[in-house]
Design a protein around this ligand. Structure first.
Ligand code: CA
Length: 222
């Protein structure tokens, strides 16, 4: 899951970074409105956390710009300004959710997971495919026979992304962007290695390869 955080409070970002990483998010951070607006338009994110009081350009204006050009990425506003009328303004400007400071990181993560899920067209919290259920909180996979599989960080993030978009063929580039940190090696062969690890865990037919296009979860036979 690739997340953009537009927030000028460096201490807060510093505090959130390891918690969000542990929850399986890959982070990009902008500390002002101009850079945040640019990054949001330039790259593809699964969700955006947006502060309102930002240097350069106010968060609400950044959000209005994004929505006016058709950016559909789910946005959660995170701010100390959380009077009811400010929440209304934020939601009307196109925010999907609103969280007032101070907050518990666990609530932020749960809200982000919820808006990402809704954006992917899923109404419940279960990520399931062909008898494999992903337990997002514990980052393990459960199989029909009741057995569980421990997943490494990358295996978890890759499987979650595939399960959120089961109908789409996902290119190696898209997968690496949503599964790795920016500074990590973005060699697309690494994705191949992890796809094969998931096949090893859940069966070779669990994921299909589309030549020159990418990967997709294989539809179970009826
Ligand atoms: Ca601020």
């Amino acid at each position: 899951m690739k997340l953009l955080i537009v927030e000028d409070d460096a201490e807060l970002v510093h505090e959130l970074r390891p918690i969000l990483k542990k929850a399986g998010f890959v982070l990009d951070v902008a500390d002002n409105g101009m850079d945040g607006e640019f990054l949001g338009l330039e790259e593809s994110f699964d969700a955006i956390v947006l502060d309102l009081g930002l240097p350069g350009k106010e968060g609400i204006e950044v959000l209005r710009t994004w929505r006016s050009v058709g950016l559909a990425t789910p946005v959660l506003i995170l701010t100390a300004r959380d009077a009811w009328f400010e929440r209304v303004d934020g939601l009307r400007a196109g925010a999907d959710d609103y969280l007032g400071k101070p907050f518990h990181p666990g609530e932020l993560i749960a809200r982000l997971e919820a808006i990402i899920r809704r954006n992917a067209g899923k109404s419940d919290n279960t990520l399931e495919w062909a008898g494999v259920t992903l337990d997002v909180e514990r980052q393990i996979a459960c199989q029909q026979d009741g057995s569980t599989r421990e997943l490494t960080g990358i295996e978890f993030r890759l499987l979650r992304y595939l399960m959120l978009h089961p109908q789409r063929v996902l290119s190696k580039t898209e997968l690496s962007e949503h599964v790795y940190e920016e500074e990590q090696l973005k060699d697309s062969n690494v994705i191949e290695v992890y796809i094969n690890r998931l096949r090893h865990l859940f069966g070779k037919d669990f994921i299909e390869t589309r030549r020159r296009q990418g990967y997709r979860l294989r539809a179970p036979e009826r």
